[in-house]
Design a protein around this ligand. Structure first.
Ligand code: SAH
Length: 224
């Protein structure tokens, strides 16, 4: 088997054993995860680990989330083909790429300029044309693209930022880890009801890098 065939076989096994077997049911999401080449979103030295059941390090001391966590968040966000999506914390660009196969358009924000550059380059090279990667502090969202049908935050903040609640369309879903900068965090989903109220669901315990910004944690020596 050549390397591409082997990586494709690993990717199918990843979806079967880590995603499907753990109860993710959205057929479009399973299909997207069977297609998006996760190995292209990590350093060359980590290609062979790209389909393992774990987060992996990326540049700037950040991480690409565990595949199951990406699936859990995107399923909870219930992204449909006409939806406009915001991802805060683009990192490698992998989750944005998967989301872009489910949605009409994805805006992704990343605070590290080097990661912005790498994610843009990869997404363009791989043909993900409906994703725009913006540099900046996504804790205040991306007002220019609002309102969003779904907002997915890939970094943990002390609370759901008001700016993100405001940028959610009626009926919109927001999925975000909330809790300690380095400790216990819960993945929460907020649904903005048509009467303007927010309904919150707890999706379980998780571990994410900190959301650093005006409506997140302040930048410190450990999280830059
Ligand atoms: N979804 C990403 C996971 C990246 S980890 C992937 O698939 O690879 C979370 C990312 O959030 C990190 O790259 C970090 O730099 C970024 N981040 C943290 N705080 C941020 C903020 N306020 N605005 C934008 N990005 C932020």
């Amino acid at each position: 088997m050549d390397e591409d065939d082997e990586l494709a076989a690993r990717r199918r096994a990843m979806v079967d054993l880590q995603i499907d077997a753990r109860g993710i049911r959205d057929p479009a999401l399973l299909a997207a995860m069977r297609e998006v080449p996760r190995h292209e979103f990590v350093a060359a030295s980590l290609r062979r680990e790209a389909y393992d059941d774990t987060p992996l390090p990326i540049e700037e001391r950040q991480t690409i989330s565990q595949p199951y966590i990406v699936a859990l968040m995107l399923e909870a966000a219930r992204i449909g083909p006409r939806d406009r999506v915001l991802e805060v914390g683009a990192g490698s660009g992998y989750a944005s790429a998967v989301a872009s196969r489910l949605a009409a358009h994805v805006d992704a924000i990343e605070r590290h300029p080097r990661l912005v550059e790498l994610a843009r380059e990869r997404l363009a090279r791989l043909g993900f044309a409906n994703v725009d990667v913006h540099g900046g502090d996504g804790s205040t969202g991306w007002a220019a693209g609002a309102p969003y049908d779904a907002i997915v935050v890939a970094a943990a903040g002390p609370r759901v930022p008001d700016a993100l609640r405001e940028q959610l369309a009626p009926g919109g879903r927001l999925v975000m880890p909330v809790g300690g900068e380095h400790g216990a965090q819960r993945l929460v989903r907020l649904v903005r009801e048509s009467d303007g109220r927010f309904r919150e669901t707890d999706l379980g315990g998780v571990m994410f890098v900190p959301l650093v910004g005006a409506q997140g944690w302040s930048a410190g020596s450990n999280d830059t």
